[in-house]
Design a protein around this ligand. Structure first.
Ligand code: ADP
Length: 399
């Protein structure tokens, strides 16, 4: 146990998620969620030892108000003096940030320069970083980028087959997402298998509301399914994933939709929601499918089939496959999706032990393939906060 704690912050445009962690053992001493920022009913909900309480942010309903309320809560619980550093999650670090780093003026400038690549996220992160740096001014602050893990992708994996000039002028290439989760899970997989990351070939599926998959070899990313933006790749809760780009002229000409409407349709009305015509929530869809709902059954099948196709192609990128790892809300909890996906992949040697598959739900994790079969199939609960806390502690010299 360390006597210095790490505050991890994840700031969105209308929310601030926070957690106070012991980076040596992952214990969470306090977590909070400020929501509805910039609205009259802005509030922050604290969770300590399983108990929740809410504080209104009506007087200062912005990021600064949220971080001030967090500081007041830490003071009241005598935790403020134990915070040794603050770690910030940042969605996009472009090509500039290949690893986590301590924040200085140059780093802030770099995050600003990546706004073009993450116009909704990076400005919100900067609001949070500025508020936190002024309120927790006595400790170092670090940033951990969701794109950093993917910076080891080879050029042939991140290059789109479009005029090269677009990459040079606008940085149009594949960047990926969920990198903090992949880094954590890749290291955990090696630890659980009792081997070094060196030479280990993994395909990791991070399946949450947003879903992506990545290939790693020796702990380095070789390819991933999300591209310039998080729209590409797998079927997601409300996002289409891969689709013919000509859907834009097609819907414009035939349905009279404009760019904004088609973009909204692909981001917010597609995926599991679009196919099932029911919900974006995998749990609800599984329940409905169990009762025979045709849309729900099709949604699960399209999700699993697309995922299986990607597992096969990511095995090419990883240079082979030692283990397929499932993580994220769906990956960790849905034995149905895991079983269906592996069902398409028998030709690679993948198998599922249904008893182990059921036992792996709800945070248990573990190997779910049949004894003696290779490649392995595994479930590993992700822990992005812990990864951010560990990077931050390391950069701040707290260990
Ligand atoms: P986010 O990307 O928002 O962090 P999560 O990783 O929390 O999302 O994943 C949310 C998804 O996990 C939802 O689709 C939810 O239905 C699914 N999920 C959670 N528990 C289960 C479960 N027991 N069975 C199937 N799906 C589940």
């Amino acid at each position: 146990m360390s006597d210095k704690l790490i505050l991890v912050l994840n700031c969105g445009s209308s929310s601030v998620k926070g957690a106070v962690l012991d980076s040596t053992n992952g214990d969470v001493l306090l977590s909070c969620l400020a929501e509805k920022l910039n609205l009259p009913d802005a509030r922050i909900i604290f969770k300590v030892n399983g108990e929740k309480h809410t504080v209104s942010l009506a007087e200062k309903p912005n990021h600064t108000g949220a971080v001030e309320a967090l500081m007041a809560e830490l003071e009241a619980r005598k935790l403020d003096k134990r915070i040794g550093a603050v770690g910030h999650r940042v969605v996009h670090g472009g090509e500039r940030f290949k690893e986590s780093c301590l924040i200085d003026d140059e780093v802030i400038k770099g995050i600003e320069e990546c706004i073009m690549l993450a116009p909704l996220h990076n400005p919100a992160h900067l609001l949070g970083i500025r508020a936190a740096m002024s309120i927790f001014s006595h400790v170092p602050h670090a940033v951990v980028f969701d794109t950093a893990f993917h910076q080891s992708m080879p050029e042939h994996a991140y290059t789109y087959a479009v005029p090269r000039e677009l990459y040079r002028k606008y940085g149009l290439r594949r960047y990926g997402a969920h990198g903090t989760s992949y880094r954590f899970v890749a290291a955990e997989a090696a630890r659980l298998l009792g081997r070094s990351e060196e030479g280990l070939r993994l395909v990791i599926a991070h399946l949450g509301n947003g879903a992506s998959i990545a290939a790693s070899n020796s702990g380095k990313c070789r390819d991933t399914s999300m591209g310039l933006t998080p729209l590409e790749g797998l079927v997601m809760g409300t996002r289409s994933g891969d689709i013919d780009a000509n859907v834009f002229p097609f819907l414009h000409n035939n349905a009279g939709l404009n760019i904004e409407q088609i973009t909204d349709l692909l981001h917010k009305q597609s995926g599991l929601l679009g196919i099932s015509e029911l919900s974006n929530d995998c749990r609800e869809i599984e329940e409905a499918a169990g009762k025979g709902h045709e849309g729900a059954k099709l949604a699960l099948e399209v999700f699993a089939y697309r995922l299986a196709k990607y597992v096969a192609s990511m095995s090419v990128a990883a240079g082979g496959l030692d283990a397929l790892v499932f993580t994220g809300g769906i990956g960790e909890n849905s034995d149905t999706i895991r079983s269906k996906t592996i069902g398409y992949l028998g030709f690679l040697g993948l198998t599922v032990d249904e008893k182990a598959n059921l036992a792996a739900r709800f945070g248990e994790g573990g190997i779910i393939s049949q004894a003696g079969s290779t490649p392995l199939a595994m479930v590993i609960p992700t822990n992005e906060e812990l990864m951010i806390a560990q990077d931050t502690a390391h950069l701040a010299g707290i260990e």
